[in-house]
Ligand binder design. Sequence first.
Ligand code: DLL
Length: 434
Amino acid sequence: MDHIFNKKMETLPRKKIRELQVKRLRETVHLVYENVPFYQRKFKELKITPDDIKTLDDVRKLPFTTKNDLRDNSPFGMMATSLKNCTELHASSGTTGIPVTVCYTPNDIEVWAEVMARCLSMSGLTKKDVFQNPIPYGTFTGAFGFHYGAQRVGAMVVPSGMGQSERQLKLMEYYGATFISGVASYAMRLSQVAQDIGIDLKKLKVRNGLFGAEMFTPGLKKRIMDAWDMDVHDIYGLTEMCGPGVSTDCDQHDGLHLWEDHFLIEILDPITLEPVEPEEEGEIVLTTITKEGMPLLRYRTRDIAKIYDQEVCECGRTHVKHTTIKGRSDDMIIIRGTNIYPGQIESVLMKNPSVGGNWRMVLSTDENGVDQLTVEVESKEHLSQIESKDLEKTLQAGIKSVIVFTPGVTVLPPNGIPQAGLKAKRVVDERKKE
Ligand code: DLL
């Protein structure tokens, strides 16, 4: 059951939220202007000073920050305080090279624990829960964020850490875990392993899960709910803001509440960088307004979503809601002139009960130089050749209806797709580049 962890802040009237945001935005702007050479240069180029920021709309005068800016100033060039004031460091996985590093002051950790406690309580965590945390403890923000938040709620944390699916399931059984966390595709993987080793998930005590860190379509969410017979919530976050804890869906399961007393959200057209119309889809751009270690102005997340034009949610919370992340603008692929987000394909796959937990899209170039798309997908159970062919045909037709052309589909046995690492790798691009 949904529980409000910090009633005063989570239900603050919108007018008060806006007043607090203006005050905190101005403080943040002063902080970075006085301490971060990168922002000093940007302010000079834009011919602005911190005193030009008086209202929330003035955020549009401020410079953007991109992942490349963070990499160019890596590891500590964007810090607004001395390293001696920091007590913890985390970094993004850095699949494309230099990791993005973030250092936290004790107050940054305090705020992170608070927002995580709000997200976890919203998903049903209470002090009575045994909370298993199957995420690697390391520089990745995931495990520590959940750990701090769950302890703040007062639950008992089982820090089960990385992988080893069989061990994770046995620990859940042994300690009677009631609430689990993780990377979305890993919950699916665990259910597949449970089936292989004969553990009936419905007999475990797990009744709630909070997952995120990668694309999380409503179809995948439903799959996890059904496999585990539990309620599932979606948590969004990124290393540059704190890690997990930026937003989560309440029991209405209709949008994620974003903690506006700590983050300022804009939804912009990723090309023009102008605000989109209300309830229109665009790129999430975030400004931290309470961070001390590495505050960021207008960070371009590349994540695509829209925000609801709604004052107060049925759950009583007043913080803005955004839709589930449709995908990253840089995950969108263009093939034969059609724009495709992996989420569109996942939505079709997850509706089919014969489909298992893992899938990926493989892009290649044929002998005529034409781009080809093959969707590889695991079946839930072992299938005969005829059954596999039938499933391939059904999925082909379903995918064609959302992406216009007919892709190749290959059905593989359960666990037939190699594990890619912490986060699922949905796009494998083997196209010949000019
Ligand atoms: O993935 C933090 C996190 C850990 C969030 C555990 C939730 C749970 P990064 O590794 O920096 O941080 O990756 C951030 O992951 O910009 C999104 O593209 C994607 N992402 C995170 N949460 C979701 C979600 C963590 N709920 C990047 N739905 C973000 C879709 C998500 N995408």
